[in-house]
Every structure is written in structure tokens, then in C-alpha cells.
Design a protein around this ligand. Structure first.
Ligand SMILES: Nc1ncnc2c1ncn2[C@@H]1O[C@H](COP(=O)(O)OP(=O)(O)OP(=O)(O)O)[C@@H](O)[C@H]1O
Ligand SMILES: [Mg+2]
Length: 216
């Protein structure tokens, strides 16, 4: 960015999501991106290493898993990874609700309908276990006095947070500790960028000088 900007700073995406939502304290942000799924616990100051987790099972992992399962199921039509991703982005869901996901594939020039419900559910759920475990670790490792407040402020962000049923699934998996409230940001794709812009404009020049890499 040299020559374009005066200072640059690297910040984690869930931290920026939290910043953009004014969730500076007692909040747990889970950002589900393509390459990584990042969790960050907010407790009033800049999050430290122990407040964050990065998992590599995220959107791309779901895509490749779903792609593999689809290829096994739809053997009479070639399936690309891109097709698998498109179907995921349209229908992604977790949980055991009774809906059926049917998709047409071209077989010998004619559409043939396949029920891909179980394949899509299995692929989407493949990121859940690690994500729940990391969320548990961050809750259990938090100051005991504020754990119940933290549990009321669990926020999902990133493109992957659009998986239907996800907030409820996360909530029900964390209730062993007591009640939880899990919400999804209104603008999953840009919530991080909004926070970055807020942070950049809020920081006085002196802070930029202290925290950031300067080109001079
Ligand atoms: N409706 C949807 N349901 C499920 N997943 C979706 C949906 N729409 C987009 N995605 C997935 O969200 C991911 C992209 O999200 P996002 O833009 O937050 O990622 P990114 O910030 O580019 O990635 P990273 O954080 O890993 O750098 C992709 O895996 C995409 O397939
Ligand atoms: Mg991201």
C-alpha cells in the first residue's frame, strides 16, 4: 500500500466486526469466511492471542466436502466445485428440519432431479464440531464473573453465517453452560469492512503512529 496510504494496520476480522457493532465488551464474535473461521472474544481492550482462535475448516472446506458427496451421488453428470458452491450458497442449512433440497442436473441433455438434502446438511455440519469446541473454550476460559453476559452476546458474521439454522444450532450446543443468545449480523459480508472503516477514522493520528506500520 506504500504510496497510497500513510499507515497500515492488520486487524482480525471478528475484532473489526465487533468494533463496527460497538460490541467492545463481553461479546464473542464468530466470523465464518471462505478460507478461515475466526473467533474472537471481546473484553474491553484490544483482544490478545488467547482471546482468538482461527480454524481452517470454513466455507471452502464445506464446498470441497459437498463437491465430493455430490460427485458420489450424481454419477451420471459432471459436477464442478463451482456448481457445488452455487448450490450451497442458495440452500445451505444445518439442523434436522424436514425440508427437502432438490436440484436438477443435466443428464444426457435432460434435467434429472436429485435430492441432495443429506449431502448438503453433512457438508454444512462438517465445520460445526470444531467451531463449537473453540466457542466453548473461549467461554470457559473467560472471567467467570462475566461468562453469563458473554453467552448472551454471541454474534455470527461472514458469508458462512448465512447458513440457515446456524444460530439456533450454535445456541443449542452451548446451552450446557446456561442460557445463550446467538444472533447473526445484518450485513454478513461487509460487517468487517464497516468496522475497519470505523476503527480507521476513530483512531487519532498519534495512535496510528503508535500501533501501525508507517511507510516513512
Ligand atoms: N448464503 C450462503 N450460505 C452459506 N455460505 C455462503 C453463503 N453466501 C456466501 N457463503 C460463503 O461465505 C464464504 C465467503 O464469506 P466471506 O466473504 O465472509 O469470506 P472472506 O472474508 O472472503 O474469507 P476469509 O475470511 O476466509 O478471508 C464463502 O465460502 C461463500 O461460499
Ligand atoms: Mg473474512
Amino acid at each position: 500500500m506504500s504510496g497510497l496510504v500513510k499507515y497500515a494496520m492488520v486487524a482480525s476480522e471478528p475484532f473489526l466486526v465487533a468494533y463496527g457493532l460497538d460490541l467492545f465488551n463481553n461479546a464473542l464474535i464468530i466470523d465464518i469466511g471462505a478460507g478461515t473461521l475466526d473467533l474472537c472474544r471481546m473484553h474491553g481492550t484490544i483482544p490478545a492471542e488467547e482471546d482468538q482462535r482461527t480454524l481452517v475448516k470454513a466455507g471452502n472446506y464445506i464446498d470441497s466436502r459437498f463437491h465430493m458427496l455430490l460427485q458420489e451421488k450424481v454419477q451420471d453428470s459432471p459436477i464442478t466445485l463451482e456448481m457445488a458452491r452455487r448450490i450451497k450458497e442458495k440452500y445451505a442449512f444445518v439442523s434436522s428440519n424436514k425440508e427437502v433440497i432438490s436440484v436438477d442436473f443435466q443428464v444426457n441433455g435432460k434435467p434429472k432431479t436429485y435430492d441432495v438434502t443429506n449431502e448438503l446438511r453433512e457438508a454444512c455440519e462438517s465445520v460445526l464440531a470444531d467451531m463449537i469446541q473453540s466457542a466453548r473454550d473461549l467461554i470457559v476460559g473467560f472471567d467467570p464473573e462475566f461468562q453469563s453476559v458473554l453467552r448472551q452476546n454471541i454474534v455470527l458474521a461472514g458469508g458462512g453465517s448465512q447458513i440457515r439454522g446456524l444460530a439456533e444450532e450454535v445456541r443449542s450446543n452451548l446451552t450446557e453452560f446456561g442460557t445463550c443468545r446467538v444472533s447473526t449480523v445484518e450485513d454478513p459480508v461487509y460487517a468487517g469492512a464497516v468496522g475497519a472503516l470505523n476503527l480507521a477514522t476513530d483512531m487519532p493520528e498519534s495512535e496510528w503512529r503508535r500501533h501501525a506500520t508507517s511507510r516513512s
